[in-house]
Design a protein around this ligand. Structure first.
Ligand code: A3D
Length: 311
């Protein structure tokens, strides 16, 4: 079977890790695209990764390029093009610069890889995925934002750290926009099927929820320059793998809602089934009144940023 092709638009911190993980999982041949100024950097990363293969034994190729024609026919596109946060910045502060970049990326992806499944990571996430959708005209099931996977992963990690039990057995979900208003659905979180509300006190759970909402900022502050990259890359790879291998995993993703959870016409974090059809379904379930009102608040925040795109 011919190998699949994964094109990474942006070969910075997350892009480099995406290339490593995609190659190690043998998802397909990888092209790392970046602007001409960064051509040497992505070509160097690609060569370094080619030289990692003998140790790992994976038989995919990794190339770097600043020529859009090299992404031609990609099956999956993962977009990290843009700038990350610095301490003191909100994700929304990135809109001015990253919107222009996303418009350019969407135009080129539409031209060179019109059939790809596109995963957006650039911030402010919910507005960037909306911008890609509007500019490219892609079908709603072929365009999705990575955020809920990461936010839920962070929630899982903190619950595992709190209880000392295996992170593998922690399940939970975080819905809503990728910002301070995201909504951890704590009543559905379990460890090995046991509700966390029976394992962790309400006070500690509240602290874990707050830390989850602020988890990106905690790392930005520690770095002093730039934002998280290992976990964001792994989260997006999970989504790409589910698409390429038709796994139909249920992952919280920024999917276009058309009435689900009372959201219409916006991308927002909701449980999404990812298979060979892309985002095949949004799994709607009944929220409690307090959860729905929190979701409405996060939707207002997303609407505000999307409004500022003028799209
Ligand atoms: P960084 O290491 O700066 O990489 C970004 C890359 O984009 C750089 O190599 C740039 O040269 C490149 N780039 C800039 N303009 C263009 C363009 N027009 N076309 C192609 N490439 C371009 O950043 P990073 O990898 O750490 O983060 C990338 C983005 O992801 C930022 O916007 C972050 O805020 C965002 N991010 C999102 C999450 C989510 O959970 C949604 C988490 C972490 C970071």
């Amino acid at each position: 079977m011919a190998k699949k092709k994964i094109a990474l638009i942006g070969g910075g911190q997350i892009g480099g890790n995406l290339a490593l993980l995609a190659a190690q999982k043998e998802l397909g041949n990888v092209v790392i695209f970046d602007i001409p100024k960064a051509e040497g950097m992505v070509k160097g990363k690609a060569l370094d990764l080619m030289q990692l293969r003998p140790h790992d034994g994976h038989d995919v190729t990794i190339t770097g390029s600043s020529n859009y024609s090299d992404i031609s026919g990609a099956d999956v596109i993962i977009i990290t093009a843009g700038i990350p946060r610095k301490p003191g910045m909100d994700r929304e502060d990135l809109l001015g610069i990253n919107l222009g970049i996303m418009k350019d990326v969407a135009t080129n992806v539409k031209e060179y890889a019109p059939n790809a499944f596109v995963i957006v990571i650039s911030n402010p996430l919910d507005a960037m995925v909306y911008a890609f959708y509007k500019v490219s005209g892609f079908d709603k099931n072929k365009i999705v934002g990575m955020a809920g996977a990461l936010d839920s992963g962070r929630f899982r990690a903190f619950i595992a750290m709190e209880t000392g039990y295996s992170v593998q057995d922690v399940t939970c979900m975080v819905l809503g926009g990728h910002g301070d208003t995201m909504v951890p659905i704590t009543r559905l979180a379990t460890v090995g099927g046991v509700p966390v509300t029976d394992l962790i006190s309400p006070e500690r759970l509240k602290k874990i929820e707050d830390r989850t909402r602020a988890a990106g900022g905690e790392i930005v502050k520690l770095f002093g320059n730039g934002s998280a990259f290992y976990a964001p890359a792994q989260s997006a790879i999970e989504m790409a793998e589910s698409y390429l291998r038709d796994k139909k995993r249920v992952i919280p993703c920024a999917s276009l809602c058309e009435g689900e959870f009372g959201v219409d016409g916006y991308f927002i974090g909701v449980p999404s089934v990812i298979g060979s059809g892309g985002v095949e379904k949004v799994l709607e379930f009944t929220l409690r009144d307090d959860e729905q009102s929190e979701l409405n608040k996060t939707l207002d925040a997303v609407k505000k940023t999307v409004g500022e795109t003028g799209l």
